[in-house]
Design a protein. Structure first.
Length: 246
């Protein structure tokens, strides 16, 4: 069973085409890193796949009715906006709205507590989410997405603004989710982290998929030069490759 199928997905923004006929199939157990330069179309791809912006082509997710879609995919948008002064626990509980208990059942409470624990947010449970640091707010929003308990997690730059330890914890968690049979699609700018944790990479540039496949096949010099205009130095370490842009 496919978790997400995109066929010929194209997006035009302000009459400018920004995504050109993208095809992508995501399967259970994949942690797919979406890499590419600023403006490549990574956010547009995720927003169109979710049915949040107009597109042409086909997204299996966007075709679902909204209630089913919310039980199939959780989304961490690039803009981390918390609109109201709710507690961290209440913010995470919002992830349960698509489910029958709506955040108040015993099942909901278990999912909420598990998400809070997984993101190390117990000390902040009762604190107003607006009074957290930027990185802590980010973790609370990831916890909300985890509480949604969906087969697919779409995360736009989930490690932006996190300290190095939290970056590792977040990506390790996403890898664990994939190990549990879920699917994660996340845009990541740090190529070294993407290489270490993702099971597959998709390289996007100018709205086109330049490469899609195993990490080593995508992080090739010639492809990176075409996409980013840079070369990289790759240093193999016991923890995976360190990738230094030069
Ligand atoms: N709301 C918008 N209205 C008009 N154009 C937009 C809008 N959002 C993005 N764009 C344009 O669409 C193109 C793709 O942007 P997108 O945000 O999808 O790229 P991205 O790969 O996510 O970039 P980044 O790495 O900087 O987040 C860019 O040229 C951008 O200027």
């Amino acid at each position: 069973m496919m978790v997400l199928t995109l066929t010929g997905l194209s997006v035009t923004r302000r009459r400018r085409p920004v995504l050109h006929g993208v095809n992508m199939i995501l399967k259970p157990g994949e942690f797919v890193g979406l890499i590419g330069p600023n403006g490549a179309g990574k956010s547009s791809l995720m927003e169109a796949a979710l049915g949040l912006i107009p597109f042409s082509g086909r997204s299996s997710l966007a075709r679902m009715p909204p209630d089913r879609r919310a039980r199939h995919a959780a989304y961490l948008p690039q803009a981390r906006e918390i609109a109201w002064p709710v507690s961290v626990a209440d913010l995470v509980a919002l992830g349960r709205i698509p489910w029958p208990g709506g955040g108040r059942s015993g099942v909901d409470r278990i999912a909420i507590d598990a998400a809070i624990a997984r993101m190390g947010l117990e000390p902040f449970r009762k604190r107003t989410a607006l009074r957290l640091s930027g990185g802590e707010q980010n973790r609370a929003l990831i916890a909300r997405a985890l509480a949604q308990d969906t087969p697919l997690l779409i995360a736009d730059e989930p490690v932006a603004g996190l300290d190095p330890a939290q970056q590792l914890a977040c990506l390790r968690l996403f890898r664990e989710l994939a190990g549990e049979g879920r699917t994660v699609l996340a845009s990541i700018h740090d190529l070294g982290l993407a290489a270490r944790f993702c099971t597959r990479l998709v390289l996007l540039a100018g709205g086109h998929v330049l490469a899609d496949g195993p990490v080593d096949g995508v992080l090739r010099d010639e492809l990176l030069r075409r996409a980013f205009g840079i070369s990289v130095r790759r240093i193999e370490t016991p923890d995976g490759p360190a990738i230094l842009p030069v």
